[in-house]
Ligand binder design. Sequence first.
Ligand code: ZN
Length: 217
Amino acid sequence: MYQHHWIDQSPVSINGEQLNTGKVVCVGRNYADHIAELNSDTPEQAVLFIKPSTSVCSAVAPIKVSHLAHLGEMHHELEIALLIGDKQRIIGVGLGIDLTLRDIQQQLKSKGLPWERSKSFDGSCAVSPFLRFDASIDLQNIDLQLILNDHIQQSSNSSMMLYPIEILLEDINDVFTLQAGDIVLTGTPAGVGPLQKGDMISASLNQTLLIDNTLIK
Ligand code: ZN
């Protein structure tokens, strides 16, 4: 079963107690170049949605998608992931892959229906180990990059977000109270695309490789 881990592979705990996995609050349409590639409208406020704790899985173990292949394309969306500790503080920064059944999402969007069937299913949130959040990490200047089968597929920086992280957290807390163990996914830049069985994914945050050749199966 998934547990939050630090980059040194130790489980995340607070006051000696292992941190349980909570909900995932996700932000849609937070990078202008991704809004353009999907022909979406620029939102007047942050687009928020939830993935339940059952959606979270490790991005350093093989990621299973082939059982959903009959539902159409499964896209990767690489996102900066924030791990929330006590008192609604960010304690960790990592990467999440917001796995999205794009064809299903387009069908739901066109009917004005909620997206959960396309984005909140079991295993739809693959999460890297976390770096401890400290002053060395500038939330306004985080590089993120996804490499799919040796090709750079997504590459951006948190400075390109329409809603910066501090503003997002305030907004989110007004709607969905963040609790220890929750994750916030902060939106994806351009370059989303389909995953196939047999693909290999790597991803880095600043200079740190957090996902190293994970197999898609
Ligand atoms: Zn996303």
